[in-house]
Ligand binder design. Structure first.
Ligand code: AMP
Ligand code: GLY
Length: 450
């Protein structure tokens, strides 16, 4: 039987999912709030709709006779889209609302870790009353991470001693209308992500990735949804050992054991500290950008994973190419605090597509940087494909991914594409994946472990 898969979401991560499914034996449809031109070209049908409306998504799924669904972003999970699809008999690869609380409610997440003795939990307190939270900040002897309980697009956390003073943190809470806040011990170290495919009480992991949340080079500026990321030609990253990676995988395993009905992707964000990996957070979906690092090098057919999950069968063992990847996002000027009125700016997406095309058609040759030219990928993100062109929105515009034998080779490929394409009106963190920054990460970890 040919499967019909409905993909929910229209960002870079979903473009990566679409590409992972495009080569498999499935008919692919997608729906999102924006018309992502990359996804449109890979699908048999694309519907613009409100993805947090379970009924609208389910109706479209029925209309295209979907036999499976993949939910990309967290907002539809929080809105119960997986529950509605499952209810309609369309297996959703994504957790139901109750299980998605591992991401959507940070107070639940920490209490869950405590209750189930999940390793790596920082010391924490939860508050619904902001004055009580401020009193705790006053009485606490060290630095704290201040985390609103609900979804904030990765932009709500304030770390005292890093991004703000205790007084600024208190002002932030008093000025907010957050329903609750988690205050937790500040963790020191290097962050990394491990994503797992989960179903039927089993899980399968992908290589570790390091995202760059800060808006500007040198890890300065406000937090963003993620400016870019890299992975190495191994499961672990250059600043960590295989044992660190295995410890992180054990944490994911403990979560899967404790959440019987979980299905979809479980994303662990870890801080590698002097005492090993500790948990920064869990997400209930692929990371964006992290999916763009791992899916392009996954040999295993994603459709096989989805079908096994639905059929209650054991998940296939995953295999990945031993390649490094670097992903850099081009974002509108001013992102994330004051993005340029996006609709006005036409991105030079054709230039990027041509640059990637030029590289990929020269399969056997090498580009100017000497890197293998066949491994450049373009992923569109929050752009809108209109009749008169492709426009940026107020969020990330597109990402370029390079795949190479080393992080340095992958990085050169990305820079080659960006140079050819031009990024006028857009901003890129050029430092991501450069050897200076990687060396800095290694040095940082060595100093912490000394
Ligand atoms: P989150 O939304 O939980 O991923 O947090 C956003 C960012 O805040 C993380 O990527 C970390 O850089 C930082 N962060 C969150 N929790 C902590 C913590 N306990 N200690 C240090 N930094 C943290
Ligand atoms: N890269 C961070 C996230 O997807 O939440």
């Amino acid at each position: 039987m040919t499967e019909t898969v409905l993909l929910v979401g229209g960002g870079g991560r979903e473009h990566a999912v679409a590409r992972a499914l495009a080569d498999s034996d499935a008919d692919l449809y997608a729906c999102a709030g924006n018309r992502n031109p990359g996804i449109v070209t890979l699908t048999d049908g694309f519907q613009t709709l409100e993805t947090t409306d379970p009924q609208a998504v389910t109706e479209y799924a029925k209309e295209v006779a979907a036999t499976l669904a993949v939910i990309g972003p967290e907002a539809p999970l929080a809105a119960g889209v997986a529950d509605a699809l499952d209810e309609a008999g369309i297996y959703a690869f994504g957790p139901q609302q109750a299980e998605a609380r591992i991401e959507t409610d940070k107070a639940f997440q920490r209490r869950f870790m405590e209750e189930h003795n999940i390793p790596g939990c920082p010391e924490f307190e939860t508050y619904e009353n902001m004055e009580a939270a401020c009193a705790y900040i006053d009485g606490y002897g060290g630095d704290l991470a201040v985390k609103p309980v609900g979804l904030t697009g990765g932009k709500g956390v304030r770390v005292i001693g890093d991004q703000c003073t205790p007084d600024e943190a208190k002002d932030y809470l008093r000025d907010s209308d957050y329903e609750g806040v988690v205050l937790e011990e500040r963790l020191y170290g290097e962050e990394f992500t491990v994503q797992a495919f989960v179903a039927n009480g089993e899980f399968r992991v992908s290589p570790a990735v390091q995202d760059h949340k800060r808006a500007y080079e040198g890890d300065e500026g406000p937090n963003t949804g993620g400016m870019g990321s890299y992975s190495d030609a191994a499961l672990e990253l250059p600043f960590m050992t295989k044992e660190d990676y295995d410890d992180a995988v054990n944490v994911l395993g403990a979560v899967v054991n404790a959440l019987d009905d979980y299905k979809g992707v479980l994303y662990g964000q870890f801080m590698l500290t002097e005492s090993g990996p500790r948990v920064v957070e869990f997400n209930a979906r692929f990371g964006d950008p992290e999916a763009m690092n791992t899916l392009p090098v996954m040999n295993t057919d994603f459709l096989d994973v989805l079908v096994a999950a639905r059929e209650d069968r054991s998940l296939p063992q995953l295999s990945f190419q031993p390649k490094a990847t670097v992903c850099k996002y081009a974002v509108p000027d001013g992102y994330p605090t004051d993005p340029e009125a996006g609709a006005e700016v036409t991105i030079s997406s054709e230039g990027v597509a041509t640059a990637v095309g030029e590289l990929t058609t020269k399969q056997s040759r090498t580009d100017q940087s000497g890197a293998n030219a066949s491994d450049a990928l373009l992923y569109y993100a929050s752009v809108d494909d209109r009749e008169d062109g492709i426009y940026t929105t107020t969020s990330r515009s597109y990402a370029v991914v390079g795949i190479g034998d080393s992080i340095a080779a992958a990085e050169e490929i990305v820079e080659g594409v960006l140079q050819r394409a031009g990024t006028e009106g857009l901003r890129v963190r050029h430092d991501i994946g450069k050897s200076d920054l990687i060396q800095q990460r290694i040095g940082h970890m060595e100093a912490i472990r000394d």
